[in-house]
Design a protein around this ligand. Structure first.
Ligand SMILES: *Cc1c(COP(=O)(O)O)cnc(C)c1O
Length: 822
């Protein structure tokens, strides 16, 4: 769909300009996702942490000419050929546009909300209804105040059914989403405690969610949830309700039986006098509920029960995330076999672009046929080819029946096409992959996971899973605690606290972090090789290390006269001027740093030379996490403030001052500094116990063997543990060489298996250890969690008298890091 700028001005109630009638097809809110500048309308959104008005200059450079703004900055004065649509609030304007767009379509639209299962119900409905309708749906979980308008914007003349999800975390948000989605069919999924903190009560949250359904023709929900039923009564929703129940025969849809049979579940139902049953390939409670919600929608839409049964049996799990894995021959593989419609291709290509910071990696796309009804294939593949071309893919491998037919549309330097995944595999072409960033993007039926298995580095079942979305969440969490002009230095020393410095740094670079810091020069050099261009501080440089620092553009911490003199001499010898350094003051930690009384002499030395320039001055707090030492901490800050002011005054350029680490930011929010250094908090651990962070690292392995051992037998080396009952003992693949402290042996530590705790028994071995699974459900091959969401590193560290930092950084390099991202 396209609108002219004048039409958009009219929709937004702005005076009509006489400017060029640009045709707009793309609404953009994230400047990094720019594709077709000429057709883009950029909405400069302002959030607590970001002001997108700052990116308008950059977008203008790239050819964007149409902007919705809430203020006009003087530096745009010479952008004469650009259109600035000035509104009060850019987000409201975006929502208004989308609501207007929605009104143009008189088609059924399914609106889904609830606490859990929204995305799954949306995807399953898509799988169930795809055969009957040409569907537009929210990409992944685009369900926010920004995501919903962008989802609805995709509706076009071909669309026969829309499926959109809405998520809220604050009161009054649903009211804004309702006119944008304007569902005709409402579906409420399971209600739980998620995002409860901003609502007075569960009831208030439910009522708020129900606001999505005020204009629906029908509203579908589980009447067994009494609180929901009560709220529905209170709201006097005007439309028909369509209820389902597993208890009440009088519900519109009665679920008479749910029988688990091996890996499947058979569900019997009756609707009026009609009885039928269907099978789903899942057995968990959540899947059963989600399938019943989908059944209700399908029945309401008069899909034939026989077809419903057929499609239910083939429901596929919804992988909610793209994952990034290490491939063979220095390749990186982005797996996305979640779906293959045209929107999801765009998202995956964006993600690939975002990961391509290393210039030496070739961009390769392995793409299957796109299963999208409604668009004639020629047009479809033309669109796809354009998208692929814009995103700079250098090599394409197309697999399927259709895509080879349209191969001429693809103009990449390297291309090849195959009819089937098997043909591609037997061609052996994959053996030549070398230094490539490979996006595996295919519909499920093409089974691209078989390709993944061939080109991934040997899959160990032991891995440290790192949630990059949680890293971003934590980064923004701290940023929002600081005043907006305070810069954040993110610590990626010690391989990013064990999580993997490279991927963490790439993520932070993309999210516009200001500075990174590492401990030693080699860490910085590695990041530079991987394409990290952010300013980088090296905390512990060596006296003769200037060469390396200088070559890789790394900024040293300078902590004593010896290193200061050496660097001054080296810089002058090379004719370098103004090389940035960071001065460290020792205010009580007594580790590295100049003592306060050395400051005058240090200033004198610095003023006499031109090679180095002081970028910042900083100090480190010894006990910021503990209120016991608050007097001491305040004294440290006092001493620092004095020294830093002395240094600041000595130079006629700005010198940043910083002292807070993660715990410092948590506890001394009101002290004023120019920068702050974020370490452990980025990785999801609050030293002071502050709530609100997300878990980043999950350490996983598997059970290799389970055996029954009789009472009085002993387990493991040294016969340390003697059983006092008959027990089931599982051997898991993780030992002290992987980073499991031996102190966890003999029931000091525990692991999590299928949501239940199992103590570690006997001494920890080098590559293995044993756990007691007598009282829990566990099978060989099951996943074992050594730490993560429900087994916190903090608790583990406490139990053996250490700190989370040590546990995280002790995970051996042989444990594969896997990065996940929604
Ligand atoms: C590691 C380190 C930090 C980060 O500390 P956290 O407690 O992890 O936030 C800050 N500053 C310096 C100098 C460090 O060495």
């Amino acid at each position: 769909m396209q609108y002219t700028i004048q039409e958009i001005e009219a929709i937004l109630g702005l005076p009509l300009s006489k400017r060029k009638a640009d045709k707009i097809t793309i609404l953009l809110t994230d400047s990094r996702k720019l594709t077709l500048p000429a057709e883009t309308l950029f909405f400069a959104l302002e959030t607590k942490n970001n002001d997108a008005h700052l990116f308008i200059g950059e977008l203008y450079e790239k050819g964007v000419r149409n902007f919705v703004v809430s203020k006009v900055l003087p530096e745009w004065g010479n952008f004469d050929d650009a259109n600035f649509l000035k509104v009060k609030n850019s987000l409201s304007a975006l929502q208004k546009m989308a609501a207007y767009h929605r009104k143009q379509f008189d088609i059924p639209v399914i609106g889904i909300t609830g606490s859990n299962g929204k995305t799954i119900v949306k995807e399953w409905l898509y799988q169930l209804l795809e055969g009957n309708y040409n569907i537009v749906r929210s990409p992944r979980s685009y369900n926010s105040q920004v995501g919903v308008p962008l989802s609805v914007w995709q509706l076009d003349g071909e669309t026969e059914l829309g499926i959109f999800e809405a998520g809220i975390s604050m009161p009054d948000e649903m009211e804004k989403l309702e006119p944008i989605i304007r569902p005709t069919i409402g579906v409420l999924t399971k209600i739980g405690e998620a995002h409860q903190e901003n609502f007075a009560s569960l009831q208030q949250k439910i009522m708020e969610k129900l606001a999505l359904f005020v204009n629906c023709d029908v509203f579908i929900f589980d009447e067994d949830n009494h609180l929901v039923s009560e709220c529905v009564d209170q709201m006097v929703l005007s439309q028909k309700t369509f209820t389902w129940s597993r208890k009440n025969r009088d519900a519109h849809l009665y679920i008479s039986a749910v029988k688990r049979e091996g890996e499947k579940t058979v569900i019997d139902y009756s609707l009026l006098d009609f009885n039928d049953s269907f099978t789903i390939p899942f057995t968990d409670e959540a899947s059963i509920e989600n399938a019943i919600s989908c059944l209700a929608v399908a029945l309401y839409l008069h899909i034939l029960p026989a077809n419903i049964s057929l499609r239910m049996a083939m429901l596929e799990p919804v992988a909610m995330r793209l994952d990034v894995r290490k491939g063979k021959e220095s390749c990186i593989i982005i797996n996305d076999t979640y779906n293959s419609d045209i929107n999801s291709i765009k998202i995956a290509l964006d993600f690939q672009q975002q990961r391509k910071v290393d210039r030496h990696l070739k961009k390769t796309l392995i793409l299957s046929d796109i299963l999208q009804a409604g668009i004639p294939p020629k047009l479809l593949y033309k669109k796809v080819a354009e998208m692929v071309e814009q995103s700079g893919v250098e090599r394409i491998i197309g697999i399927g029946r259709d895509i080879p037919v349209y191969q001429d549309l693809f103009s990449m330097p390297e291309k090849s096409f195959y009819q089937t995944t098997d043909q591609f595999i037997s061609s052996g072409e994959w053996k030549q992959f070398d230094h490539e960033l490979i996006l595996l993007k295919g519909a499920r039926r093409f089974h691209f996971e078989q390709i993944g298995a061939l080109i991934e580095e040997r899959i160990h079942e032991t891995m440290l899973e790192v949630d990059l979305d949680a890293v971003v969440h934590n980064f923004n969490f701290y940023k929002s605690r600081l005043q907006s002009n305070v810069k954040l230095v993110c610590m990626v020393k010690a391989n990013g606290y064990g999580a993997g410095a490279v991927e963490i740094a790439k993520t932070l670079q993309y999210h516009r972090c200001d500075y990174l810091a590492v401990a030693v020069a080699e860490e910085g050099i590695q990041l530079r090789k991987e394409g990290i261009s952010l300013p980088l501080i090296v905390l512990n440089p060596e006296v003769n290390g200037f060469e390396e620092l200088f070559t890789a553009d790394l900024e040293p911490e300078v902590y004593n006269f010896r290193i200061l003199e050496a660097f001054i001499k080296e810089s002058e010898r090379r004719g370098i001027t103004d090389y940035p350094i960071h001065l460290k003051i020792d205010t009580g930690m007594h580790r590295l740093g100049f003592l306060p009384e050395q400051i005058p002499e240090m200033i004198t030395m610095l003023k006499k030379q031109k090679g180095l320039k002081v970028r910042s001055v900083f100090s480190h707090l010894s006990a910021s996490e503990s209120w016991h030492f608050d007097d001491f901490t305040h004294r440290q800050m006092e001493i620092f403030r004095k020294g830093a002011d002395e240094i600041g005054k000595a130079f006629n350029y700005p010198v940043y001052k910083h002292i807070l680490n993660s715990a410092g930011m948590e506890r001394f929010q009101d002290t004023k500094w120019d920068m702050a250094r974020l370490g452990i908090g980025l990785y999801g651990i609050s030293a002071s116990g502050l709530p609100g962070l997300k878990n980043v690292c999950t350490l996983k392995t598997t059970i290799l063997q389970i055996k029954n051992v009789l009472s009085n037998e002993t387990i493991g080396y040294g016969r340390k543990e003697k059983l006092d009952r008959d027990a089931r003992i599982a051997t898991i693949r993780f030992g002290y060489a992987d980073g499991l402290d031996r102190q966890f042996g003999n029931r000091k530590g525990k692991v999590l298996i299928n949501g239940q705790y199992a103590p570690i028994v006997g001494n920890v071995c080098m590559d293995l250890c044993m756990v007691d699974v007598t009282d829990i459900e566990a099978r060989e091959g099951d996943t074992v969690i050594l730490f993560g969401e429900n087994l916190s590193v903090i608790e583990l560290a406490d139990s053996i008298g250490t700190i989370p930092y040590e546990i995280l950084t002790s995970i051996s390099q042989r444990v594969k890091r896997v990065y996940i991202k929604e």
